[in-house]
Design a binder for this molecule. Structure first.
Ligand code: ATP
Ligand code: SF4
Ligand code: MG
Length: 416
Protein backbone atom coordinates (compact mmCIF):
# COMPACT_ATOMS: atom_id res chain seq x y z
CA UNK A 1 0.00 0.00 0.00
CA UNK A 2 1.27 3.44 -0.87
CA UNK A 3 2.08 5.76 1.97
CA UNK A 4 1.06 8.79 -0.01
CA UNK A 5 -2.19 10.52 0.79
CA UNK A 6 -5.16 9.94 -1.49
CA UNK A 7 -4.88 12.65 -4.15
CA UNK A 8 -8.60 12.60 -4.81
CA UNK A 9 -8.96 13.24 -1.14
CA UNK A 10 -6.45 16.06 -1.35
CA UNK A 11 -8.38 17.55 -4.21
CA UNK A 12 -11.32 17.36 -1.89
CA UNK A 13 -9.31 19.09 0.81
CA UNK A 14 -9.21 16.00 2.97
CA UNK A 15 -5.82 14.33 2.90
CA UNK A 16 -6.59 10.85 4.12
CA UNK A 17 -4.62 7.62 4.01
CA UNK A 18 -5.39 5.58 0.93
CA UNK A 19 -7.03 2.86 2.93
CA UNK A 20 -9.03 5.24 5.09
CA UNK A 21 -12.72 4.50 5.28
CA UNK A 22 -13.66 7.87 6.66
CA UNK A 23 -16.13 10.33 5.15
CA UNK A 24 -18.89 7.78 4.68
CA UNK A 25 -22.05 9.80 4.48
CA UNK A 26 -25.04 8.20 6.08
CA UNK A 27 -28.17 9.15 4.23
CA UNK A 28 -31.51 9.32 5.82
CA UNK A 29 -34.55 8.03 4.09
CA UNK A 30 -36.69 9.94 6.51
CA UNK A 31 -39.21 12.35 5.12
CA UNK A 32 -39.54 14.26 8.39
CA UNK A 33 -40.31 17.90 7.77
CA UNK A 34 -38.02 20.69 8.91
CA UNK A 35 -40.66 21.64 11.45
CA UNK A 36 -40.70 18.16 12.95
CA UNK A 37 -36.89 18.09 13.01
CA UNK A 38 -36.84 21.28 15.03
CA UNK A 39 -38.73 19.74 17.99
CA UNK A 40 -36.38 19.24 20.91
CA UNK A 41 -35.13 15.69 21.03
CA UNK A 42 -33.31 13.65 23.59
CA UNK A 43 -29.78 12.47 22.75
CA UNK A 44 -31.17 8.95 22.46
CA UNK A 45 -33.83 10.03 19.97
CA UNK A 46 -31.17 11.80 17.97
CA UNK A 47 -29.02 8.70 17.71
CA UNK A 48 -32.02 6.62 16.70
CA UNK A 49 -33.19 8.90 13.92
CA UNK A 50 -32.74 6.86 10.76
CA UNK A 51 -29.86 7.65 8.51
CA UNK A 52 -29.24 5.29 5.64
CA UNK A 53 -25.83 4.55 4.23
CA UNK A 54 -25.83 4.44 0.44
CA UNK A 55 -25.43 0.85 -0.71
CA UNK A 56 -25.60 0.83 -4.51
CA UNK A 57 -22.36 -0.22 -6.18
CA UNK A 58 -22.15 0.94 -9.78
CA UNK A 59 -20.65 -1.34 -12.45
CA UNK A 60 -17.01 -0.57 -13.31
CA UNK A 61 -17.99 0.55 -16.84
CA UNK A 62 -20.69 2.97 -15.64
CA UNK A 63 -20.63 6.15 -17.72
CA UNK A 64 -21.83 9.56 -16.64
CA UNK A 65 -23.83 11.53 -19.18
CA UNK A 66 -25.54 14.83 -18.37
CA UNK A 67 -29.20 14.90 -19.26
CA UNK A 68 -30.06 17.97 -21.38
CA UNK A 69 -26.84 19.61 -20.19
CA UNK A 70 -27.80 19.23 -16.53
CA UNK A 71 -24.86 18.08 -14.43
CA UNK A 72 -26.09 18.40 -10.90
CA UNK A 73 -29.47 18.61 -9.24
CA UNK A 74 -29.55 19.08 -5.47
CA UNK A 75 -33.03 18.60 -4.10
CA UNK A 76 -34.28 19.34 -0.59
CA UNK A 77 -30.90 18.61 1.00
CA UNK A 78 -30.85 18.47 4.80
CA UNK A 79 -27.76 18.14 7.00
CA UNK A 80 -27.54 18.21 10.75
CA UNK A 81 -24.74 18.04 13.30
CA UNK A 82 -25.62 15.93 16.33
CA UNK A 83 -23.60 17.25 19.22
CA UNK A 84 -23.68 16.96 22.97
CA UNK A 85 -25.16 20.45 23.22
CA UNK A 86 -27.96 19.61 20.80
CA UNK A 87 -28.68 19.27 17.10
CA UNK A 88 -27.50 22.02 14.73
CA UNK A 89 -29.70 22.04 11.63
CA UNK A 90 -27.00 23.27 9.28
CA UNK A 91 -28.77 22.71 5.94
CA UNK A 92 -32.56 22.87 5.71
CA UNK A 93 -34.10 21.86 2.40
CA UNK A 94 -31.59 23.35 -0.02
CA UNK A 95 -32.33 22.84 -3.75
CA UNK A 96 -30.40 24.07 -6.79
CA UNK A 97 -28.96 22.83 -10.07
CA UNK A 98 -25.84 23.27 -12.17
CA UNK A 99 -25.56 22.95 -15.95
CA UNK A 100 -22.54 22.22 -18.14
CA UNK A 101 -20.24 25.23 -18.54
CA UNK A 102 -22.19 27.22 -15.96
CA UNK A 103 -20.84 28.98 -12.86
CA UNK A 104 -23.11 29.10 -9.84
CA UNK A 105 -21.96 31.34 -7.01
CA UNK A 106 -23.05 30.41 -3.49
CA UNK A 107 -22.98 33.47 -1.29
CA UNK A 108 -23.74 34.05 2.37
CA UNK A 109 -22.38 35.04 5.74
CA UNK A 110 -20.00 32.88 7.73
CA UNK A 111 -21.81 29.83 9.10
CA UNK A 112 -24.67 29.98 6.58
CA UNK A 113 -23.89 26.46 5.34
CA UNK A 114 -21.94 27.00 2.12
CA UNK A 115 -19.08 24.62 2.88
CA UNK A 116 -21.35 22.01 4.45
CA UNK A 117 -23.43 22.00 1.25
CA UNK A 118 -20.25 21.38 -0.75
CA UNK A 119 -19.09 18.66 1.65
CA UNK A 120 -22.45 16.89 1.38
CA UNK A 121 -22.22 16.95 -2.42
CA UNK A 122 -18.68 15.55 -2.29
CA UNK A 123 -19.53 12.98 0.40
CA UNK A 124 -16.84 14.24 2.76
CA UNK A 125 -18.93 15.41 5.69
CA UNK A 126 -17.43 14.76 9.12
CA UNK A 127 -19.57 11.87 10.34
CA UNK A 128 -20.20 11.93 13.25
CA UNK A 129 -21.30 14.57 14.08
CA UNK A 130 -22.58 15.50 10.60
CA UNK A 131 -25.37 13.54 8.92
CA UNK A 132 -27.25 14.00 5.69
CA UNK A 133 -30.81 13.48 6.86
CA UNK A 134 -32.75 14.04 3.68
CA UNK A 135 -32.79 15.05 0.05
CA UNK A 136 -31.04 14.06 -3.13
CA UNK A 137 -27.76 14.95 -4.82
CA UNK A 138 -28.28 13.86 -8.43
CA UNK A 139 -25.19 13.83 -10.61
CA UNK A 140 -26.01 13.03 -14.26
CA UNK A 141 -29.32 11.66 -12.98
CA UNK A 142 -27.89 9.32 -10.30
CA UNK A 143 -28.51 10.15 -6.65
CA UNK A 144 -25.01 10.09 -5.15
CA UNK A 145 -26.46 9.72 -1.66
CA UNK A 146 -27.64 6.21 -2.54
CA UNK A 147 -24.16 5.06 -3.64
CA UNK A 148 -21.88 2.87 -1.56
CA UNK A 149 -18.63 4.55 -0.55
CA UNK A 150 -16.73 2.45 -3.11
CA UNK A 151 -18.72 4.00 -5.98
CA UNK A 152 -18.76 7.42 -4.36
CA UNK A 153 -14.95 7.41 -4.30
CA UNK A 154 -14.90 7.00 -8.08
CA UNK A 155 -17.01 10.14 -8.47
CA UNK A 156 -14.89 12.19 -6.08
CA UNK A 157 -11.97 13.79 -7.89
CA UNK A 158 -12.70 12.14 -11.24
CA UNK A 159 -16.20 13.56 -11.80
CA UNK A 160 -16.59 16.20 -9.11
CA UNK A 161 -13.47 17.83 -7.68
CA UNK A 162 -13.00 20.48 -5.06
CA UNK A 163 -10.42 23.12 -4.26
CA UNK A 164 -10.06 24.73 -0.88
CA UNK A 165 -9.00 28.09 0.41
CA UNK A 166 -6.04 26.85 2.40
CA UNK A 167 -3.78 25.03 -0.03
CA UNK A 168 -0.90 24.69 2.45
CA UNK A 169 -2.87 22.53 4.87
CA UNK A 170 -4.45 20.53 2.04
CA UNK A 171 -1.12 19.57 0.47
CA UNK A 172 1.13 16.98 2.08
CA UNK A 173 4.31 18.78 3.27
CA UNK A 174 6.57 15.71 3.03
CA UNK A 175 6.04 14.88 -0.66
CA UNK A 176 7.04 16.91 -3.68
CA UNK A 177 4.20 18.60 -5.52
CA UNK A 178 5.08 16.52 -8.59
CA UNK A 179 4.60 13.32 -6.60
CA UNK A 180 1.27 14.49 -5.29
CA UNK A 181 -0.03 15.44 -8.74
CA UNK A 182 1.44 12.30 -10.35
CA UNK A 183 -0.28 10.10 -7.76
CA UNK A 184 -3.64 11.06 -9.35
CA UNK A 185 -2.55 9.49 -12.62
CA UNK A 186 -0.92 6.43 -11.04
CA UNK A 187 -4.01 5.57 -9.00
CA UNK A 188 -6.85 6.56 -11.29
CA UNK A 189 -5.25 5.99 -14.70
CA UNK A 190 -2.79 3.21 -13.83
CA UNK A 191 0.16 5.12 -15.33
CA UNK A 192 3.78 4.22 -14.57
CA UNK A 193 5.87 6.65 -12.52
CA UNK A 194 7.66 8.24 -15.51
CA UNK A 195 4.49 8.92 -17.49
CA UNK A 196 2.67 10.17 -14.39
CA UNK A 197 5.52 12.59 -13.63
CA UNK A 198 5.41 13.87 -17.24
CA UNK A 199 1.65 14.44 -16.84
CA UNK A 200 2.36 16.35 -13.60
CA UNK A 201 4.71 18.70 -15.46
CA UNK A 202 2.13 19.16 -18.22
CA UNK A 203 -0.52 20.06 -15.65
CA UNK A 204 1.77 22.47 -13.83
CA UNK A 205 2.40 24.20 -17.16
CA UNK A 206 -1.33 24.27 -17.82
CA UNK A 207 -1.92 26.20 -14.60
CA UNK A 208 0.93 28.56 -15.57
CA UNK A 209 3.57 27.59 -13.01
CA UNK A 210 6.85 28.94 -14.40
CA UNK A 211 9.73 26.46 -14.73
CA UNK A 212 7.38 23.50 -14.20
CA UNK A 213 9.96 20.90 -15.28
CA UNK A 214 12.33 22.02 -12.50
CA UNK A 215 9.76 22.89 -9.85
CA UNK A 216 7.99 19.54 -10.10
CA UNK A 217 10.53 18.28 -7.54
CA UNK A 218 9.90 21.10 -5.04
CA UNK A 219 7.90 20.77 -1.81
CA UNK A 220 4.70 22.74 -1.02
CA UNK A 221 6.46 25.12 1.42
CA UNK A 222 8.81 26.20 -1.36
CA UNK A 223 5.93 27.81 -3.28
CA UNK A 224 4.10 31.10 -2.69
CA UNK A 225 0.43 31.04 -1.62
CA UNK A 226 -0.76 31.80 -5.17
CA UNK A 227 1.46 29.07 -6.67
CA UNK A 228 0.27 26.53 -4.09
CA UNK A 229 -3.30 27.37 -5.02
CA UNK A 230 -2.38 26.72 -8.67
CA UNK A 231 -1.03 23.31 -7.63
CA UNK A 232 -4.32 22.56 -5.86
CA UNK A 233 -6.16 23.59 -9.01
CA UNK A 234 -3.86 21.36 -11.10
CA UNK A 235 -4.71 18.40 -8.87
CA UNK A 236 -8.41 19.19 -8.99
CA UNK A 237 -8.54 19.34 -12.80
CA UNK A 238 -6.12 16.43 -13.35
CA UNK A 239 -8.85 13.92 -14.14
CA UNK A 240 -10.97 16.37 -16.16
CA UNK A 241 -13.88 16.56 -13.71
CA UNK A 242 -17.25 17.66 -15.02
CA UNK A 243 -17.81 19.79 -11.92
CA UNK A 244 -15.34 21.88 -9.96
CA UNK A 245 -16.36 23.14 -6.53
CA UNK A 246 -14.18 26.05 -5.47
CA UNK A 247 -14.70 26.84 -1.78
CA UNK A 248 -13.34 30.35 -1.26
CA UNK A 249 -10.36 29.65 -3.53
CA UNK A 250 -8.87 33.12 -3.25
CA UNK A 251 -9.70 34.38 0.25
CA UNK A 252 -6.18 33.83 1.63
CA UNK A 253 -4.50 35.57 -1.32
CA UNK A 254 -3.74 39.21 -2.05
CA UNK A 255 -5.92 41.06 -4.53
CA UNK A 256 -3.61 40.74 -7.57
CA UNK A 257 -3.11 37.01 -7.05
CA UNK A 258 -6.87 36.60 -6.44
CA UNK A 259 -7.55 38.05 -9.87
CA UNK A 260 -4.94 35.77 -11.48
CA UNK A 261 -6.44 32.66 -9.87
CA UNK A 262 -9.97 33.62 -10.92
CA UNK A 263 -8.73 34.27 -14.46
CA UNK A 264 -7.10 30.84 -14.45
CA UNK A 265 -10.31 29.15 -13.28
CA UNK A 266 -12.28 30.96 -15.99
CA UNK A 267 -9.73 29.94 -18.63
CA UNK A 268 -9.82 26.27 -17.56
CA UNK A 269 -13.59 26.29 -17.47
CA UNK A 270 -13.71 27.79 -20.95
CA UNK A 271 -11.35 25.07 -22.25
CA UNK A 272 -13.10 22.12 -20.64
CA UNK A 273 -16.73 23.23 -20.37
CA UNK A 274 -16.91 22.07 -16.76
CA UNK A 275 -19.58 23.41 -14.43
CA UNK A 276 -18.31 25.39 -11.45
CA UNK A 277 -19.76 26.02 -8.02
CA UNK A 278 -17.98 29.02 -6.60
CA UNK A 279 -18.32 29.61 -2.87
CA UNK A 280 -17.29 33.10 -1.90
CA UNK A 281 -17.89 36.17 0.23
CA UNK A 282 -16.61 38.42 -2.52
CA UNK A 283 -19.43 40.14 -4.40
CA UNK A 284 -16.92 41.56 -6.87
CA UNK A 285 -15.67 38.09 -7.83
CA UNK A 286 -19.26 36.90 -8.20
CA UNK A 287 -20.08 39.78 -10.53
CA UNK A 288 -17.05 38.92 -12.66
CA UNK A 289 -17.39 35.19 -13.09
CA UNK A 290 -20.79 33.82 -12.06
CA UNK A 291 -23.82 33.16 -14.24
CA UNK A 292 -26.23 32.59 -11.39
CA UNK A 293 -26.26 33.32 -7.66
CA UNK A 294 -27.67 31.31 -4.77
CA UNK A 295 -27.81 33.34 -1.55
CA UNK A 296 -27.79 31.31 1.68
CA UNK A 297 -28.92 32.30 5.13
CA UNK A 298 -28.99 29.99 8.15
CA UNK A 299 -28.80 26.84 6.07
CA UNK A 300 -31.50 27.88 3.60
CA UNK A 301 -31.49 29.39 0.14
CA UNK A 302 -33.21 32.77 0.31
CA UNK A 303 -32.71 33.97 -3.27
CA UNK A 304 -31.56 32.40 -6.52
CA UNK A 305 -31.40 34.16 -9.87
CA UNK A 306 -29.05 35.07 -12.71
CA UNK A 307 -26.35 37.51 -11.58
CA UNK A 308 -27.54 40.61 -13.46
CA UNK A 309 -31.08 40.72 -12.02
CA UNK A 310 -29.86 40.02 -8.46
CA UNK A 311 -27.38 42.87 -8.56
CA UNK A 312 -29.82 45.24 -10.23
CA UNK A 313 -32.92 44.30 -8.22
CA UNK A 314 -32.22 42.13 -5.18
CA UNK A 315 -35.64 40.96 -3.98
CA UNK A 316 -34.89 39.33 -0.62
CA UNK A 317 -34.27 41.74 2.30
CA UNK A 318 -31.07 39.83 3.20
CA UNK A 319 -29.69 40.09 -0.36
CA UNK A 320 -30.63 43.75 -0.33
CA UNK A 321 -28.66 44.21 2.90
CA UNK A 322 -25.63 42.42 1.46
CA UNK A 323 -25.56 44.60 -1.64
CA UNK A 324 -26.17 47.82 0.27
CA UNK A 325 -23.18 47.07 2.49
CA UNK A 326 -20.55 47.04 -0.27
CA UNK A 327 -18.97 50.18 -1.74
CA UNK A 328 -20.14 51.16 -5.21
CA UNK A 329 -18.77 53.43 -7.89
CA UNK A 330 -21.18 56.13 -6.74
CA UNK A 331 -20.27 55.81 -3.04
CA UNK A 332 -19.01 59.17 -1.77
CA UNK A 333 -15.66 59.38 0.01
CA UNK A 334 -16.22 59.02 3.77
CA UNK A 335 -19.81 57.80 3.32
CA UNK A 336 -20.80 55.23 5.96
CA UNK A 337 -22.25 52.15 4.33
CA UNK A 338 -25.32 50.54 5.88
CA UNK A 339 -24.60 47.18 7.54
CA UNK A 340 -27.03 44.37 8.31
CA UNK A 341 -27.66 44.73 12.05
CA UNK A 342 -27.57 41.81 14.47
CA UNK A 343 -25.83 38.48 14.19
CA UNK A 344 -26.45 35.28 12.23
CA UNK A 345 -28.67 32.90 14.23
CA UNK A 346 -27.34 30.21 16.53
CA UNK A 347 -28.15 26.97 14.70
CA UNK A 348 -28.76 25.24 18.03
CA UNK A 349 -31.53 27.70 18.84
CA UNK A 350 -33.02 28.87 15.58
CA UNK A 351 -35.58 31.68 15.79
CA UNK A 352 -39.16 30.74 15.02
CA UNK A 353 -40.66 31.70 11.67
CA UNK A 354 -38.34 33.27 9.12
CA UNK A 355 -34.77 32.79 10.42
CA UNK A 356 -33.90 36.31 9.21
CA UNK A 357 -36.73 38.03 11.12
CA UNK A 358 -34.65 39.28 14.12
CA UNK A 359 -32.52 41.29 11.66
CA UNK A 360 -35.12 42.22 9.07
CA UNK A 361 -36.55 45.74 9.01
CA UNK A 362 -39.60 44.50 7.10
CA UNK A 363 -40.55 41.75 9.58
CA UNK A 364 -44.18 41.53 10.72
CA UNK A 365 -45.98 39.00 12.91
CA UNK A 366 -46.25 36.27 10.29
CA UNK A 367 -42.48 36.44 9.83
CA UNK A 368 -41.94 35.87 13.55
CA UNK A 369 -44.40 33.07 14.19
CA UNK A 370 -45.50 31.58 10.87
CA UNK A 371 -43.81 28.78 8.97
CA UNK A 372 -40.45 29.68 7.42
CA UNK A 373 -40.98 31.06 3.90
CA UNK A 374 -40.23 28.70 1.01
CA UNK A 375 -38.55 29.68 -2.23
CA UNK A 376 -41.17 30.93 -4.66
CA UNK A 377 -40.77 31.98 -8.26
CA UNK A 378 -40.86 35.77 -8.61
CA UNK A 379 -39.39 36.27 -12.09
CA UNK A 380 -38.70 34.01 -15.08
CA UNK A 381 -35.53 32.63 -13.45
CA UNK A 382 -35.64 34.18 -10.00
CA UNK A 383 -36.80 32.58 -6.74
CA UNK A 384 -37.10 34.25 -3.34
CA UNK A 385 -38.02 32.94 0.12
CA UNK A 386 -39.82 35.84 1.78
CA UNK A 387 -43.43 36.24 2.94
CA UNK A 388 -43.35 39.88 1.92
CA UNK A 389 -41.49 39.69 -1.37
CA UNK A 390 -44.23 41.62 -3.20
CA UNK A 391 -44.86 44.18 -0.45
CA UNK A 392 -44.32 47.77 -1.65
CA UNK A 393 -41.71 48.44 1.08
CA UNK A 394 -39.59 45.44 0.07
CA UNK A 395 -40.01 46.29 -3.61
CA UNK A 396 -39.07 49.90 -2.89
CA UNK A 397 -35.84 48.78 -1.20
CA UNK A 398 -35.03 46.67 -4.25
CA UNK A 399 -35.81 49.61 -6.52
CA UNK A 400 -33.67 51.97 -4.44
CA UNK A 401 -30.62 49.75 -4.93
CA UNK A 402 -31.27 49.80 -8.66
CA UNK A 403 -31.75 53.55 -8.99
CA UNK A 404 -29.30 55.30 -6.71
CA UNK A 405 -27.83 58.49 -8.21
CA UNK A 406 -25.14 57.68 -10.72
CA UNK A 407 -26.97 54.85 -12.41
CA UNK A 408 -28.12 51.35 -11.89
CA UNK A 409 -26.42 48.88 -9.60
CA UNK A 410 -24.70 47.12 -12.41
CA UNK A 411 -22.39 44.25 -11.74
CA UNK A 412 -19.52 46.68 -12.26
CA UNK A 413 -21.08 49.23 -9.96
CA UNK A 414 -20.83 47.06 -6.89
CA UNK A 415 -17.21 46.16 -7.37
CA UNK A 416 -15.23 47.10 -4.27
N1 ATP B 1 -17.77 19.40 11.96
C1 ATP B 1 -18.74 20.19 12.43
N2 ATP B 1 -19.27 20.00 13.64
C2 ATP B 1 -20.26 20.78 14.12
N3 ATP B 1 -20.81 21.80 13.43
C3 ATP B 1 -20.32 22.06 12.21
C4 ATP B 1 -19.26 21.27 11.64
N4 ATP B 1 -18.99 21.75 10.40
C5 ATP B 1 -19.84 22.79 10.22
N5 ATP B 1 -20.62 22.97 11.29
C6 ATP B 1 -21.65 24.00 11.46
O1 ATP B 1 -22.44 24.07 10.31
C7 ATP B 1 -22.75 25.45 10.04
C8 ATP B 1 -22.41 25.77 8.61
O2 ATP B 1 -21.00 25.71 8.48
P1 ATP B 1 -20.25 26.02 7.12
O3 ATP B 1 -18.83 25.61 7.31
O4 ATP B 1 -20.98 25.40 5.99
O5 ATP B 1 -20.37 27.60 7.02
P2 ATP B 1 -19.90 28.52 5.80
O6 ATP B 1 -21.12 29.17 5.22
O7 ATP B 1 -19.04 27.74 4.88
O8 ATP B 1 -19.08 29.63 6.60
P3 ATP B 1 -17.67 30.32 6.22
O9 ATP B 1 -18.02 31.41 5.26
O10 ATP B 1 -17.17 30.84 7.51
O11 ATP B 1 -16.76 29.29 5.63
C9 ATP B 1 -21.98 26.30 11.03
O12 ATP B 1 -22.84 26.74 12.04
C10 ATP B 1 -20.97 25.36 11.59
O13 ATP B 1 -20.71 25.66 12.93
S1 SF4 C 1 -40.15 36.70 5.57
FE1 SF4 C 1 -40.34 38.57 6.81
S2 SF4 C 1 -38.55 38.53 8.16
FE2 SF4 C 1 -38.15 37.09 6.51
S3 SF4 C 1 -37.06 38.27 4.99
FE3 SF4 C 1 -39.22 38.39 4.43
S4 SF4 C 1 -39.98 40.24 5.41
FE4 SF4 C 1 -38.03 39.76 6.38
MG1 MG D 1 -16.99 27.72 4.47
Amino acid sequence: MSTLVDPAGIAAGHPAPLDATTHIVPVAGTTATAEALRKPETARQQRRRPHIKGTIVLPADHTWTPQDGRLLEVHDLAVEFRMREGVAYAINGVSFHLDQGETLAILGESGSGKSVTAQAIMGILDTPPGYVTGGEVRYCGTDLLTLAEKSRRKVRGAQIAMIFQDALSALNPVFTVGNQIAEMFRIHRGMNATDAQAEAVRLMERVHIPGAAQRVKAYPHQFSGGMRQRIMIAMAIALNPAILIADEPTTALDVTVQAQIMDLLKELQHESGMGMILITHDLGVVADVADRIAVMYAGRLVETAPVGPVYANPRHPYTQGLLESVPRLDTKLGEILPAIGGLPPNLLAMPSGCPFHPRCKHAIDVCRTGTPPLLQQVTANGHVACHRVDHPDVLAASHRIATVPGGAATTEGVRP
